[in-house]
Design a protein around this ligand. Sequence first.
Ligand SMILES: [Cu+2]
Length: 352
Amino acid sequence: MQTFFIIAILLLGFLITFQIAKASEYVAVLRGEEKAKKQTNKVNAFMLLAFLILGLIGVYYCNESLKGKILGEAASNHGKHIDTMMDITLILTGVVFIITQVLLFWFGYKYQHSDKRKAFYYPHNNKLEVIWTVIPAIALTVLVGFGIFYWFKITGDAPANAMEVEVTGSQFKWEFRYPGKDKTFGKKYYKNITGDNPLGQIWEDGANRDDIYVTGEPMHLVVNKPVRLVINAKDVIHDVGLIHFRMKMDAVPGTPTTMWFTPTKTSKDMVKETGQQDFVYEITCDQMCGRGHTNMRGEIVVESQEEFDAWLAGKKSTYSSLFEQPKAPAPAQKTDSAATKQEGAVSIIKKK
Ligand SMILES: [Cu+2]
């Protein structure tokens, strides 16, 4: 028992000595800390200022180096309005961003800790609160108001002379359907989807007989002619992203969505404008839809009415290539190339 006490006292003595040593070490640190703290404050204040200046130079440099390298002018009527909206939003938020950031970092530097100064306690001011709530609220309402106005326009009724194209997304491709001479899409039923009937068209519906199915090649549109896209998906949510036209709409299984716009520049115009010989209007899938998402790329050709008519004339409806007997030798007015194109289209459909 005695031994136990001796060990306990020795241990306690050791602990006390250890603690006293540590405490005196802390005191020494504390004495010098005041100095260290002041130095750190100065360094931090300087770094805040440096961050502000370098950051703003960086923003300017990025802007200058990317100027003219991004998309260029929009190629659709709505696109121009959307770009204007984007510019207004950027200018408004840009001005606010610069003012607030300059104030934030400058204040950080200017009002760094000083022994000669005491922080001013200013907990509340109703007037200020109202001002900084109401002004952004009004600004945002105006911005959102413009957005809603164009949203309703883009998703609303298309002009009477608009053409229609149905776009169907699936993992991982785009399929297009043109309504044919009757300008009406035939009905579909998903259980009808087979290799020969990739969209599940209901053949009993007469409106389906002249519908033209296109896949594995670009969608064709007519310049300066409004087009209404009817958008579908077969499996998961995709998104028809038309960056050059500044248009975008989700493709949702079971719920067709629509949007319309008027392409204002032909593909050839864009080749000239961009100086890129291989320029193509792109359809990107703007929803992460699975592993092959990034390969889900479609193309669009914008051309004159005559070129479009010639292209469409070379297509056969899915119905006729499935159920109608091949016609006797091509009529005299058809050129060889048109006939070859037609056979090509049929074989594409049959392969499916
Ligand atoms: Cu997709």
